[in-house]
Design a protein around this ligand. Structure first.
Ligand SMILES: Cc1cc2nc3c(=O)[nH]c(=O)nc-3n(C[C@H](O)[C@H](O)[C@H](O)COP(=O)(O)OP(=O)(O)OC[C@H]3O[C@@H](n4cnc5c(N)ncnc54)[C@H](O)[C@@H]3O)c2cc1C
Length: 406
């Protein structure tokens, strides 16, 4: 089958792009490996300070209905295993879709943090706990601890508590060669400034705000109470870590060890606590293999979450006709992904000749992305704006030096 646009990934970015392009008159297909469209939206459930409850599954449902009514061909339970020039999209059932325009909106994946005993049944990634609780409506455990202090773990801790799960504590991971800053209380306190809006706790807000000052950051890490600080009634610990997950056949208890203000373990200061589930949160990175398979150029930008396909302000990559939107371009929340999807859908509609001459639709869509970023409730990457600027600079340099596209 041939389409004007093939979208890979039916998350908020892909769905928004498909709807935008179909509305403009494009013949669009959208493909996802999951049986239900919506991507990570399906697990999202939280209260926004100004606009009430964000219920991701309802938003996904509305987008699916909209896309269907516009005639978008929705392929479910189909994995894309390759993209070949120019452009053939290969589905795992042997089908092949052809198109001149591809949007890769494959989202993000979770990073792992190894902890002794982490392969036992009852240990899971924080995203799995979120999907189990909010989408499948199944409690991941009765009494849970969370390893990893970041916006996603704080947000899921609240969701678990609302679902009636006892969240016994949130702890930084033990310091190892792969845990980097995530085990360092000073760095976590610095990061709290980006999480302050998630934590309705005066002490945390103050610590987060003050954390940009190096002296205050040191003092805050040193003076942080050893019993933790409560966030929505959940103890958030920065002076203790989980050094082992124990149990005969499944999780039965965790070993908790005291740490100093730099994250170093204090010998002999260890106790155990009975739990039946451990959730690990190690951060997110852009899921970009398909862009690599298509031959797109990449840049590594720490502030965006890792390797991202180099792309223009209109979200086109270095390969003619291949666009990217959403978390593949850098880790941000669902509203930014939706705005980027609309931008990509608009830019592709323009390339297809479906926009009126002189239309401002692309620049308007770009402004919407900036607005969504400025008003984001969850900020996953502390310095996202500077990451976006670095990427724009890389693109500019690329345009100046390259002789043409592949
Ligand atoms: C575990 C986790 C939890 C998150 N929780 C939140 C949260 O609570 N709030 C928030 O604002 N943001 C959250 N995010 C960030 C979230 O990714 C964005 O909010 C938003 O969903 C990104 O949209 P997207 O369309 O780029 O990607 P996604 O929503 O991830 O959608 C990508 C889609 O692409 C599909 N896909 C990937 N590869 C293939 C392939 N090869 N073939 C076919 N289909 C493929 C996936 O199945 C998925 O449905 C979370 C991210 C993760 C990873």
């Amino acid at each position: 089958m041939t389409y004007d646009l093939v979208v890979i990934g039916a998350g908020p970015a892909g769905m928004s792009a498909a709807i935008k392009a179909a509305k403009a008159g494009a013949h669009v297909a959208i493909i996802d490996e999951n049986p239900v469209s919506g991507g990570k939206l399906l697990g999202q459930l939280y209260h926004e300070p100004d606009s009430g409850w964000w219920v991701g599954r309802n938003i996904a449902r509305e987008m699916i209905a909209k896309a269907s009514s516009l005639g978008v061909a929705i392929f479910r339970k189909m994995e894309i295993w390759g993209i070949f020039p120019k452009w053939n999209i290969m589905l795992n059932n042997g089908e092949r879709l052809t198109t001149e325009h591809v949007l890769i909106a494959t989202g993000a994946a979770e990073k792992a943090i190894p902890v002794e005993g982490w392969t036992k049944p009852g240990v899971m990634a924080i995203g799995a706990a979120q999907t189990l609780t909010n989408f499948h409506r199944v409690k991941p455990g009765k009494k849970v601890v969370i390893i990893g202090v970041d916006p996603l773990s704080l947000s899921v801790a609240q969701e678990l508590k609302m679902a009636g799960v006892e969240v016994a504590g949130i702890y930084p991971p033990p310091a190892t060669e792969v845990s980097s800053d995530k085990s360092n209380p000073k760095q976590i306190i610095q990061g709290l400034s980006a999480m302050a809006h998630l934590a309705p706790n005066a002490l945390l807000k103050a610590a987060g705000k003050a954390a940009n000052h190096p002296t205050i950051k040191n003092i805050a890490a040193k003076c942080y109470p050893s019993f933790g600080v409560k966030v929505w009634g959940i103890p958030l610990h920065l002076r203790k870590t989980i050094t082992a997950i124990e149990g005969e056949k499944q999780v039965e208890q965790v070993r908790i060890t005291a740490i100093d203000g730099n994250g170093n373990q204090k010998n002999g200061r260890t106790k155990t606590m009975g739990v039946d589930c451990v959730c690990i949160s190690g951060g997110l990175y852009p899921l970009s293999e398909l862009a690599e398979a298509a031959g797109c150029d990449f840049v590594y930008i720490e502030e965006l979450g890792g390797h991202v396909p180099l792309h223009s302000p209109e979200l086109e990559t270095t390969k003619d006709g291949i666009y990217v939107a959403g978390n593949i371009t850098g880790i941000e929340g669902a509203k930014v992904a939706m705005a980027q999807g609309e931008l990509a859908g608009t830019a592709i509609s323009s390339r297809l000749g479906l926009l009126q001459k002189g239309s401002d639709a692309i620049s308007e869509a770009q402004v919407k992305v900036q607005d969504a970023r400025a008003n984001a409730v969850i900020t996953f990457q502390q310095h996202i704006e500077s990451g976006r600027e670095k990427l724009a600079q890389c693109w500019h340099t690329n345009v100046q030096t390259s002789s043409g596209k592949g």
